[in-house]
Design a binder for this molecule. Sequence first.
Ligand SMILES: Nc1nc2c(ncn2[C@@H]2O[C@H](COP(=O)(O)OP(=O)(O)O)[C@@H](O)[C@H]2O)c(=O)[nH]1
Ligand SMILES: [Mg+2]
Length: 645
Amino acid sequence: MTVAPTLVMGTAGHVDHGKTTLVKTLTGVDLDTLPEEKERGLTINLGFTSFTTPSGHRVAVVDVPGHRRFIKTMLAGAHGLDFVLFLVAADDSVMPQTREHLEILKLLGVQHGIIVITKIDLVEPDLRELVEAEVAELVEGSFLENAPLIGVSSTTGAGIPELTAAIDQMAGSIRPRERGAFFRMYVDRSFNVAGAGTVVTGTVLAGAVSAGDEVELLPGGGSARVRKLQRHGEDVDRARAGQRAAVNLKLVDKAAVERGDLLAAPGMVKPTYMVDAKLEVLAGYNKPLDHWTRVRFYLGTRETFGRVALLDRNEVQPGDNAFVQLRLEAPAPAVTGDSFILRDFSASWTIGGGRILDAHPTKHKRHRNLVVGDLERREAGYLEEIVELEVKKVGYFLARNDIAADLDAPLDRIGQAATALASAGSIITLAPKKSPWLIHREGWERLTGRLSDLLAAHHRDLPQLATGLSEQELRERVGRACGSAFPTEAFHSALERLAGEGRLREVEGTWALATHEAALGEADFAKLDTVRARYTDNPYTPPETDEIYKTSGLPQKVVKDLLEKMLAEGALVRVSREFLFDRAAIEAAREKLLAFIKEKGGITVSEFRELIGASRKYALPILTYFDGLGVTVRDGDLRRPGPKA
Ligand SMILES: Nc1nc2c(ncn2[C@@H]2O[C@H](COP(=O)(O)OP(=O)(O)O)[C@@H](O)[C@H]2O)c(=O)[nH]1
Ligand SMILES: [Mg+2]
């Protein structure tokens, strides 16, 4: 026999309709074990057990309280259910919490269930038929509309085999819901076990967890390591989405954990103070919901207070729905796509609920068509559109892997969406390939526009220079102009892309506009002529290089380029570190010198000074230069002909 996946079955229905008794009949386990529960015959806490169906499906059971005072506990038990036993007592029929539980199950997205009419031993068949008709009317249009309906009596055992068969069939036919990519589990119980330490239980909502894994505790942010895992009382190595698990935690740094906390793969969930959602207000709610109503927000097993900002109206009528931004008073570990429930502040009414469309929105102003339009697109749920909206929201660079975590969507599906968006031109993807940076077309246009403006201004100020700005300076200045701090790696990828498109060019370690050519104005040419003339007009008193840089009135780089060009062309000769000389003057000096030595046999420094009409400051370097070339050799105070004379 193959081991079927574990499914989680919950109970639902009004108090005293026989939920806990039915669980005991099916599993043999009495879950009302608290002294108070025993004494008052009232389920107060969540009860957990499990059983195996005749064909071997393992079913975890969550029994919830049905009293209106314990709806909060019911909510904690109702998240993560695969299917539900929806109970109505034959002698009491549809009651307030019958309705409220059904609404909550609908809002939480439960999709399968079995309707169970209990206590059939207490009524005549015609009354039972009346109750069945009432229930059929109640579930019309809901996920239970076509559900099996079975009458049972826990007292006589009537209908129990039929119910067992129906559960067996359901457990065999339900396909696990599509779950998220990384591990998440809300804690529904936390206790200390002697010798083991902290143990928490919950339903694994998404991903999987293994013994030895590190997990994050949210929203507090502590961390813990999984020491041991159990399912249905047996040690296991791993627990997967859709399974109930008991997790023995080794808490780090005095972290504490309680019901309502989320255990998650480290770094994947960012707690949030705001969520955008489509809120459905129950038809049974007692009044229109006003803007800025203070509410209780239920997510997983957690309760958080907050307010409802109605984005496109001032009130929502019962039975109607609207886009809202929930502003929370404490951070919640929400993930886009999660279902939530709202109750009123006094905790006596369920207002409604819905699905989170954006777990990390920006703060919205009310009555903005654009905001509502974007939420409509998110609600439509096409991953491509949602990815586009996420990228647009961030403004500039967003790492693909971060979107996958934010949306709790598989990386390959995000990747496909990004590829489609890129080929449609609505986003740009940048290196590296293994986790590309995504940027929305609008952000890209803005960024490249600012970048071009900055470089154009730079080239306008210094047209003589071929160089542009350093990468760091560009990143900081364009970032400031865009009101964003760009990740180094992402910005680099953007520049490379622009270079690849032929819009930018790397010049001597800077980035310049590809269209820019170092250009000199007329005045600049005159200045360059002056520089040239300094070498030719009085050839034996040339300027020192440092001095000409300072006095030329041109950027040093331009003068340097000119001098290097003149050296390369042979118009100038480097005589010493400080001095360049006009080549013709040096050639003339050499000829005069050689003629003098030929006649006199040698020459002193002062004789050479006189010969060329230059001061010692210039004459000496020229002689030293000739020594170096081997034209002359020193002999005491004299220079005599050298080997290259
Ligand atoms: N006669 C009769 N009584 C039942 C049946 N099922 C439950 N009860 C009784 O109904 C009361 C409430 O049952 P309980 O399981 O605690 O209801 P819950 O509040 O829905 O969990 C208890 O006194 C049960 O003994 C049934 O099938 N027949
Ligand atoms: Mg009960």
